[in-house]
Write a protein that binds this ligand. Structure first.
Ligand code: HCA
Ligand code: CU
Length: 397
């Protein structure tokens, strides 16, 4: 058994469908709804190019927000990217007209269908909402658009009404339906049940759009896919309204490695994509953020260092180079004798167990926490594995 993840993969494979799950990235729409985020048109176009090169299936942008957004949408559509460009607008004919003016092929319209949205936000009845939904779909379809419809706040809507709307828009020819958990209130099994209920009643392909208010966005999105959805909405770093939605990095890595969903993602762009957004927004992802965080591949405790120096797979699910990140080892109070010995070898000092122990004790006594961090590249690993002295030192432990 050579693959360290073999048994974990077996557990993950249990009852798992092998279908392809697609990604819609909404950095340019949902992402711009994050406090403090706004892009220039040049940045929007660059982000679209990079997302396309990365390999997402759809890129969402809203042309109705401003004149600038309209121009950006139009220009991005003109680029002829592989990904579909989805113009996200309200469920109103005048908004669909804006999508048409951008020469859109794809449009997405959204309409709140929960009672709180109908009564207090839109101030319309269920009947009026149903009529508006069907009319908007019919209007878009009669103008040759491909169309997604989002039953906004679907997780809090009366299930009977939700199904009624889905059936009506399906009949009107909608191409995809997005089932959103707009306020992030679902738990994974709840999202599974919700999507399953929709899936059992309609045939149209389903998107899941899960908010992260309680921290379940990514898990909920995948639960929705287990129940029959085949497209997840993401943003770079998960930015979005309030606490955002699943991050592209986590979603793409989970799809590739845990779900084995076929794709052509260039995963090694993930850290660069994150850094690009950081540069354009000044929002720095927290250091322990999965995949892209600066600590995502740092190893610190002595026992971890000792193992990592022999085989990084001991404490890493996936190699950092796969996602464009870097492995680092942290030297300080916790380094232990193997860590100390490695540090000594880097400094050109001869390694022997007693000195290594003394250095480890010295680091502890200094009580200065973490002193230095050193990158540990993949190519160094082989050298280290072959370093007989190092191996011998460990045997003496
Ligand atoms: C919004 C609402 C939305 C739409 C999701 C979708 C949500 O901010 O416009 O179109 O799939 O969370 O319900 O983002
Ligand atoms: Cu949203």
């Amino acid at each position: 058994m050579n693959d360290p993840n073999y048994y974990a993969d077996q557990h993950n494979a249990y009852n798992k469908s092998q279908k392809k799950i697609r990604v819609l990235d909404s950095t340019l729409r949902e992402g711009e709804q994050h406090p403090g985020v706004t892009f220039t048109n040049k940045q929007r176009i660059q982000i679209a190019w990079m997302l396309d090169y990365f390999g997402v299936d759809q890129i969402e942008i809203s042309p109705i927000v401003s004149r600038d957004h309209f121009e950006a949408t139009k220009t991005i559509i003109k680029q002829g990217l592989k990904a579909d460009i989805v113009a996200h607008v309200r469920a109103l004919k005048q908004d669909v007209d804006v999508a048409l003016k951008c020469d859109s092929i794809w449009t997405a319209t959204y309409l709140g269908i929960s009672d709180v949205h109908l009564k207090d936000k839109l101030r319309i009845t269920r009947e009026e909402a149903l009529e508006r939904a069907v009319e908007t779909v019919e209007y878009a379809k009669s103008h040759g658009l491909k169309m997604r419809f989002t039953v906004e706040d679907g997780s809090r809507a009366d299930p009977k009404f939700l199904i009624k709307v889905c059936k009506a828009i399906e009949e009107a020819g909608v191409d995809r339906i997005s089932i959103p958990d707009t306020v992030g209130i679902m738990r994974p099994i709840g999202m599974y049940n919700l999507v399953k209920m929709v899936r059992e009643n309609i045939k149209t392909p389903l998107d899941v759009h899960c908010h992260n208010d309680i921290g379940f966005a990514l898990a909920n999105a995948f639960a929705g896919c287990d129940a029959g959805a085949d497209q997840i909405h993401t943003t770079i770093d998960g930015i979005g309204e309030r606490t955002g939605i699943p991050s592209l990095a986590e979603t793409a890595v989970a799809l590739t490695y845990l779900y084995k969903s076929p794709n052509d993602f260039r995963l090694d762009m993930l850290v660069d994509l994150s850094r690009l957004i950081e540069q354009y927004t000044s929002i720095r992802p927290y250091d322990s953020k999965p995949i892209v965080g600066t600590s995502a591949y740092k190893h610190k405790a002595g026992t971890h260092l000792a193992a990592i120096l022999k085989n990084p797979a001991a404490y890493e699910p996936i190699s950092p180079s796969v996602v464009g990140n870097r492995r680092r080892i942290v030297f300080g109070e916790l380094a232990g004798k193997t860590g100390a010995a490695y540090l000594m070898s880097l400094l050109g000092l001869a390694k022997n167990i007693d000195d290594a122990k003394a250095v480890a004790a010295g680091l502890k006594n200094l009580r200065m926490g973490d002193l230095i961090e050193i990158p540990l590249e993949d190519r160094l690993e082989k050298k280290i594995i072959n370093d007989k002295k190092m191996m011998k030192l460990d045997e003496e432990k």
